[in-house]
Design a binder for this molecule. Structure first.
Ligand SMILES: Cc1ncc(COP(=O)(O)O)c(C=O)c1O
Length: 356
């Protein structure tokens, strides 16, 4: 069946939906993909041929330059089912802006707002039955772009694909996380690509993260690449600390991803009249606050994990346990507020949701 939108997207629907095979009471993160995918092609200096096909494999040359030289970027956001049956996509314009920032840094073409937003609307609408209704679950939405030239040699590709697929997901972390302050390996440096959602950033983080896991931690807290003196962010999350009643987090810049969840949490806290400080924090300052019991809470913020409470922070040979208590934690209150907004249970007072 073929359908048209304002973007003139050619849509081919699947003949056999896989929806009935999904156990919505037990969804693993990132392994189940909805029925369709959105694709647009870039060549001769413009995006063309927006189309939707049944989710499936791609045909790639072994010389595909994204595979060899890494021109590959992505985004991540979530859509939720509201109690009255609407599908709400959380803050997609923020992801649109960040996607184009990543594209510019990686010397890739930007996408128009129409292509990004209409692509999202159409693919999510088509697979709207895949948005899980349960609390704690969502439809994860993955826009991405990668080079398509078949060329061995270092230069920006002339051709690209922009794609979007979605997957129903459950919780990213089931339990509070243990994190380790990393003072040897580096995620990002000034002048580098840390602020971009570039695929290679994640590949580079795998080895140090593996070492941390072998030491009993789930994640790292990265420090600055120059001196390893300042706290930056975590693997897929920005990090926040409640110290002496003030919510502290690092300012975003060249080396820290400008998280949408981070901004949402700061906005809510300011709205509640809480003290929020975006300022550089040294490792020494954090460790001293941990030693004197001034850190009452720490948590990560990110689309996948939403709010991930931190139960322990490792620094050199020491591990500082935080007495995380779900019932009394500020992070629980923030999580509940965010979830209620995303699911349309309370007023969307910051105008964050896009109804599909
Ligand atoms: C490195 C990194 N930091 C922070 C975040 C959190 O960003 P957001 O809240 O927009 O998902 C992510 C996830 O996208 C990330 O990959």
């Amino acid at each position: 069946m073929t359908m048209q939108t304002t973007l003139d997207i050619d849509i081919q629907r699947t003949q056999s939906s896989r929806l009935s095979q999904v156990d919505f009471n037990n969804i693993p993160f990132g392994r189940i993909f909805s029925d369709h995918m959105f694709i647009a092609d870039y060549s001769d200096g413009e995006w063309k041929n927006p189309h939707i096909r049944p989710y499936g494999n791609l045909d790639l040359s072994p010389a595909n330059s994204a595979i060899h030289y890494g021109q590959s970027i992505f985004e991540g956001m979530k859509a939720f089912k509201s109690e009255d049956g609407r599908v709400l996509l959380f803050r997609p314009y923020e992801n649109f802006v960040r996607f184009n920032k990543s594209a510019e840094r990686m010397c890739m073409p930007t996408v128009s707002e129409e292509l990004f937003i209409e692509g999202l609307r159409t693919i999510i609408d088509l697979d709207r039955d895949w948005v899980p209704p349960q609390e704690g679950e969502a439809l994860y939405v993955r826009p991405f772009m990668f080079a398509m030239d078949d060329y061995i040699g270092i230069k920006p590709s002339d051709t690209y694909k922009f794609m979007i697929f979605t997957c129903p997901v459950g919780a990213y972390y089931a339990d509070p996380v243990r994190v380790k302050i990393e003072e040897h390996y580096t995620r990002a440096v000034k002048g580098g690509v840390g602020y971009a959602k570039a695929a290679g950033n994640y590949a580079a983080s795998l080895y140090p993260s593996k070492l941390a896991r072998e030491q009993g931690f789930h994640q790292l807290i990265w420090t600055d690449g120059q001196e390893h003196k300042f706290i930056e962010e975590s693997g897929t999350m920005n990090v926040m600390f409640m110290i002496d009643g003030v919510l502290r987090t690092a300012p975003t810049g060249e080396t820290i991803l400008k998280g949408v969840t981070r901004d949402s949490v700061l906005t809510i806290l300011r709205d509640w009249g809480m003290k929020v400080e975006e300022s550089p924090m040294t490792v020494a300052e954090l460790v001293s606050a941990l030693e004197t019991g001034k850190v009452t809470e720490a948590f990560g913020t990110g689309t996948a994990a939403t709010i991930a409470p931190i139960s322990a922070i490792g620094h050199k040979d020491e591990v500082f346990d935080l007495n995380y208590n779900k019932d009394t934690a500020m992070s629980t209150k923030i999580l509940n507020e965010l979830e209620a907004i995303k699911r349309g249970q309370i007023e969307d007072r910051f105008d964050w949701n896009m109804a599909i």
